[in-house]
Design a protein around this ligand. Structure first.
Ligand code: PEP
Length: 250
């Protein structure tokens, strides 16, 4: 039986004061969360703050990106081992904003996935199609290509130690959520694709949905058989919304 995972992606939001208020609210309210896990992926400078606030709490933490390199002359970059130093459990890889705004191609995303796992982090691999790709009926082709790039370097054994987040790009930050049926169809496709390599890995793989999830639509999305929780952007900045979404995953 898979346990649902709800992860917040704070993106480039927050301040020491705002984060303190949010984390102070999350810790007690999520202490009793049962049968589901939760995490927050915070901007790099606030990892230490997250570590201090969340140590021993029922909320894990992680980063939103990492370098594919272990160390070296890569000005401005942050390595997987640095994230481990700050107690991270998760690292997002291949978020659509990284792919679209920072030119991360499938090979780079796959290299980041491997770098994260090598250091002991659990990568949350984001995949998903743009609106043009959906309208061109190539959603499955796009998602398959994104998964294949990772399978080629990490193998199905690598995928077994990861989380996949299906995030249709047209639903991210737009207020347009995929319908539970639309999301379920792609989740089922992802699971079937992984099952071609290993039925066991496919059955155990946590596949989150992301794209304008909020308290009002979370329960319906999470009730679909292949949707194992969510990756939450905007709504993760509100303690009330995020807690309600986590509870919907129970
Ligand atoms: C995201 O950034 O991964 C995301 C899903 O954002 P939002 O929930 O705001 O659509």
């Amino acid at each position: 039986m898979r346990e649902k995972l709800v992860a917040g992606n704070w993106k480039m939001h927050g301040s020491l004061a705002e984060n303190k208020a949010l984390l102070d609210a999350l810790v007690p309210q999520l202490a009793s969360l049962k049968g589901a896990s939760c995490a927050v992926c915070v901007p790099y400078p606030y990892l230490f703050q997250a570590q201090q606030a969340l140590q021993g709490a029922n909320v894990a933490w992680g980063a939103q990106n990492l370098s594919q390199h272990e160390k070296g002359a890569f000005t401005g970059e942050v390595s997987a081992s640095m994230l481990v130093d700050f107690g991270c459990k998760y690292a997002l890889v291949g978020h659509s904003e990284r792919r679209a705004l920072y030119g991360e191609d499938d090979a780079t995303v796959a290299a980041k996935f491997v770098a994260a796992q090598k250091a002991g982090l659990t990568p949350i691999l984001c995949v998903g199609e743009t609106l043009a790709e959906r309208e061109g009926n190539i959603t499955e082709q796009v998602v398959a290509r994104q998964l294949d790039a990772v399978l080629a370097v990490a193998g199905v054994a690598g995928l077994a130690k990861s989380v996949v987040a299906y995030e249709p790009v047209w639903a991210i930050g737009t207020g347009k959520t995929a319908s539970p049926e639309q999301a379920q169809a792609v989740h089922a496709f992802i699971r079937a694709k992984v099952a071609e390599a290993s039925a066991d890995v496919a059955a155990g793989l946590v596949i989150q949905y992301g794209g304008s999830v909020k308290a009002a639509n979370a329960a319906q999305l999470f009730s679909m058989p292949d949707i194992d929780g969510g990756l939450i952007g905007g709504a993760a900045l509100s303690a009330e919304e995020f807690v309600a979404i986590c509870r919907a995953a129970q």
